[in-house]
Design a protein around this ligand. Sequence first.
Ligand code: SF4
Length: 397
Amino acid sequence: MAPSEKNKFGIYVHLPFCIQKCSYCDFATAPWNQGIENDKYISHLLKEIENWSQWVGPREVTSLYFGGGTPSLSKPESIVAIVQTLEKHGFPLVDDAEIGLEADPKTIDKDQVKMFRDHGVNRLSLGIQTFNDSYLEQLGRFHRKKDAIELLEWIDELDFVYTADILFALPNQDLGKLKEDLDIFKSFSPKHLSAYVLTLPEKHRLMKESPEENLITDMFELIREELSALGLQHYEISNYAIPGYEAQHNTLYWTNEEYWGLGMSAHSYLKRGPWGKRLWRPSGLNSYYKFVSRETSAVQDTEFFEDLDVFEALFDRIHTALRMLSGFNLNQLMDEFPRVLREPIMNRFAELEGEGLVEQSGESFKLTRRGLYIFNKVLEILTFTSEDRDLIDIRNG
Ligand code: SF4
């Protein structure tokens, strides 16, 4: 199931169209409008591949992920056109590549599920969130419980690998209501689930009904217990899987592997320069189209590129590695960075341990339960402020 261990490289393709905008969503999306814009968008994606493939550097692709937006609104032929264009420009998929696609209930029927599978998709990521119709309505979701159940039944019949998203800490939600959602998921024996706390934009009308922090912690615990009873191991802050079914593409983000993001708002990370390079695309349709029509050389060194400095690179490496519940070897990681950073990092880990946020076993560190629930606090302690940076002279190695 897992793609070959060596040379992992992933491609993310952003397909931004949605039938309606969910009230809590801060992803870069665009209205579907019966798909009028879709062909134009896909042709820009193909052009982007053509323009940027040499710059990114041809290589084999171990995972390809179509996210959004609502990628299940797209035609399976578009997926094939993207895969073929990638291959033509030096990015062939390895035989066991994971090809994931986000699908929303009610935007896909059984025949389309089959078509996506026949066109190469081998993992669906279902935006179910909750089976409670009242919550679905409050959150502005397009689908309802019956659409989600139908989709799960079709996928089960087709024996298709999938993961599904659960949203919790919903307005006035209690443990009983969350358990109702988990019980329905459990009846389908999923192999992978992702559970996220609902994050509302500031001043959202539902904010005052958000559950208290203690209750959210109890919800985390309930999810862990219920899913572990199903054999799903908690392997990343928000992710649970039967061993062997972990998300290959997302794991790239937590293990310092390179990825190329295509399409509106997509981000990339390449190991270029001393500490790595980040790239991103504009997050509106028209600005993205303009971006694609520009020469590669005219875009370099603009606001769409960032060379990481040593502090950013170190922070990124540690905070992503900590997301994996298996933990990581801090000494080994610090060998890749200037020696002068070792002491400040060890001090931060001593503080994290003192606060009961991480625990050490040999040379490895991992999050404690408390660290899992208040990961923001962990990030706060790990961040290098501008004063910290001024005090550390990197030139002294
Ligand atoms: S379907 Fe997903 S991407 Fe689209 S608006 Fe809703 S949350 Fe955002």
